[in-house]
Design a protein. Sequence first.
Length: 285
Amino acid sequence: MGANWNCRTPGVSFGIVLALLAAISPVGAQQPATPADSDSAQSQADPLAALSPENRALFDGLRTAAQQNDDPATLAAGKKLLPALTPGTPLCDFVTQMTGGSAVETGDTAYALSLLKPFTEAHPDAWRAASLLARAYAENGDKAQRDQQIARVIELHKKTSDPGFAKLHIFPIQKVKLHSGYAVFLYPFEPLKPHNAYLVALVYTSDGKQDYRMELESEDVDQAFFKPKHPGERRFSIDTYRQTGDNGKFGESQALHGFVDGTFDYDAMRDRMVKSAGGEQTPAK
């Protein structure tokens, strides 16, 4: 199965930074001139104009760090800048999402939750924040809240008018330690064709290089002989895919790691996949 999904992880993607910057335009756009003696008009035209030099430097540092996927630096700048911003403004919303995302990535889940829970309550259709909140719950071990938030993200995806969100097939839900490296689990909005993948894990080496991909699949052809004896259940397989290359030709090798029978349960299936990868069944911090 080809891995054509546009889901960069870990880190805050440059595309998300640009999309959020557009939401606080004119931060990144040229604007009509305003009278020099109109401080109020200037502040409304450019939300950065009201920032002190120190806070403007913090914002510029946060934006640059986010574009470079430097989560610790983004988080540090955001923590300093947020107390100086007016809640509910586009600028504050932008900084909140950047800071919350970096908090999730760096393992500061308590701080991430303190930002993302009130933000998603105030902005129920903000899908980026909604997906970050689902991951924060997963990283924090809040299973019931995680499952509710996953359902919310899937519902948002079904009704979205955002073309960028509509074309996504998966979103990151949890990072898990392995004995060597780590795995980032990706949750599909619906089973991924052509093999009906219900869960995907990208496995990385200890130095952050992607090693291989693991999928929990449940192909319809495998159900023909299984379902009559097990009504309401499915047969799942755990498969790994590795990139191969020879003489300039690239492809994938596939290996089967066994079967799992039953109904889909995220925790149980994640743990089976982690075991197949030879890892620990604990969130990575």
